[in-house]
Design a protein around this ligand. Structure first.
Ligand SMILES: [Fe+2]
Length: 287
């Protein structure tokens, strides 16, 4: 879909907040929840089985958000604490002219947020953060390609946020404030992100993981993976990185760096069954 400058395609994005009820698995009040086939395809089980499994696991108090983005339907769980205040806010923003996605990920309790890959349209990122009353403290680049980093400077100028990138992509963005060497953790309010070093698309490629959500940059797309024919790319290395990501639970939500797939996000389980590189990279699982 061609993008108009200055327009964030939030019409693809609707979020429904759900109210927690003690000792009761909340039923999303959204018609799309009734699309059992879509739910089963994305989550891997039917809505009824999902609720049974949640009850059996003892997680009777759940909070979450139902995300409907185009044909994607994702149920977010908060397994660590039941109060809604610690939920994470995820805004997936379509930006630029290469179908990039930038993400604002915030802590709903403290309203502190980090931005992943502000490659363009910084005004729209700022506007989206303002809508949610989020304070952007950190900018993280999943790798050093300019379609992911081009907005770093202006976003930092507007917010004072520090810019973080992996040290092995430092040549691509030497102006960063912090270069990651190890697989450290990042924080936004009460949200803790695990940083996975996932080279292959670039030497310093990283993915961020928090509460069942995986932000994959160009390491993994919905149905595909990043190219490896640019400087620093290496296909077997990318395969190894993705196989590692496939160790995460099947219900892990994949948030890619580009909108190149049939839908703007998926799950690890869906990628095992449908990604075009699944056989080559050795993680294919049949239905
Ligand atoms: Fe890239």
């Amino acid at each position: 879909m061609p993008l108009m400058p200055g327009i964030v395609h939030l019409h693809l994005y609707m979020r429904v907040h759900l109210r927690e009820k003690r000792d009761q698995i909340p039923v999303p009040r959204c018609p799309a929840w009734r699309n059992k086939a879509a739910f089963a395809d994305i989550i891997g089980v039917s809505p009824a089985d999902y609720r049974k499994r949640a009850k059996a696991s003892g997680k009777r108090k759940m909070t979450g958000e139902l995300i409907i983005a185009d044909r994607v339907l994702v149920w977010f769980m908060s397994n660590e604490r039941s109060d809604r205040e610690v939920n994470m806010i995820i805004k997936q923003l379509a930006i630029g002219y290469m179908d990039n996605f930038s993400y604002i990920v915030g802590c709903a309790k403290t309203r502190k947020a980090l931005v992943i890959d502000p490659g363009a349209e910084v005004e729209q990122i700022l506007s989206a953060a303002q809508d949610e009353k989020l304070t952007i403290e950190t900018i993280v680049n999943t790798h050093g390609h300019s379609d992911h980093t081009a907005g770093n400077g202006s976003l930092k100028a507007a917010t004072g946020a520090r810019i973080i990138i992996h040290s092995r992509d430092a040549d691509a963005y030497p102006a960063a404030d912090l270069f990651l060497n190890d697989e450290s953790k990042l924080q936004a309010g009460e949200l803790i992100f695990d940083v996975f070093h996932t080279p292959g698309h670039t030497p310093g490629g990283i993915c961020l993981y928090a509460r069942g959500n995986l932000f994959t940059g160009d390491t993994l797309f919905v149905g595909d993976s990043g190219r490896t024919d640019l400087p620093g790319g290496h296909r077997p290395t990318l395969g190894a990185s993705i196989r590692r990501l496939m160790q995460l639970p099947d219900e892990t939500v994949v948030w890619p760096g580009h909108n190149y797939g049939p839908m703007p996000s998926s799950t690890i389980g869906w990628e095992k069954r449908h990604n075009v590189n699944a056989r080559e990279y050795g993680y294919y699982v049949a239905d």
